[in-house]
Design a protein around this ligand. Sequence first.
Ligand code: SAM
Length: 280
Amino acid sequence: MAMETLPPLREVIARHGLSASKALGQNFLLDEQLLDRIARIPGDLAGKRTYEVGPGPGGLTRALLRAGAEVVAVERDRRCLPALEEVNLASGGRLRVIEGDALAVGEAAEAGIGAHIVANLPYNVGTALLVRWLGGEGWPPFWASLTLMFQLEVAERIAAKPGSSAYGRLAVLAQWRSDARVAMKVHRSAFVPPPKVMSAVVHIVPKPAPDGVRAATLEALTGAAFGQRRKMLRQSLKSLPGALEALGSVGIDPARRAETLSVDEFVSVARAMAATPLSA
Ligand code: SAM
């Protein structure tokens, strides 16, 4: 059997009784053209390793395999496994499925260095994984790119620019050592069943990390600054050791508000904090 001979997804869902489970955040994508467009976002995947989280009945998985990728996928719903095994056979063994919770999988070891991560996940799981993949002191990360579906509102917060209401902690953490953009908006009617809100695919590619900045410092700094986003920095950063001194040393006016600082300005404050003994 080859990929073209696989039955339509609707038939697979009916045959394997894959009624969408709300508890597992299941909203399936069935439109092959749309799925192929998503699979093209990371670039040419021919012969590349990809890690898919939540393949479900396998729509996006099929698109990744059609693009020539090798896929390691983690799925929590065991009802999906027989359908995914059919996809594996049709692809000539290019799909390996791990049954389990993506939050508990050691994905760096499973997917390998340089894997492209692709997922259409329940949003709470997606955000938890995103924060994990963007965090940590080691950089570059094990992944080559992230292509992730989010609620449109969350996608816009990830890619937001300073001065907009969407700009906040998530934007700084996503952009200080990665390029992040909204690659595609997806209408709610594309999903079965349709979710309440619009969705969007975010594409994130790591870039060299700035020197002399720890992720933990930047996390603490953005947490304090945006924790009270309407306040001036002199107020919101008051209780973070070394922050106000660092602000002064890089010449940022403490009367400014967090949402006016560029990502580079946050980075320079975090670097100055690392250089002061107060925050050591
Ligand atoms: N990728 C499929 C598609 O695009 O049609 C399914 C997407 S559906 C929004 C989310 C999938 O993630 C479901 O198959 C669900 O069972 C799975 N899932 C939910 N929580 C998970 C978790 N913690 N770990 C792994 N998979 C999970």
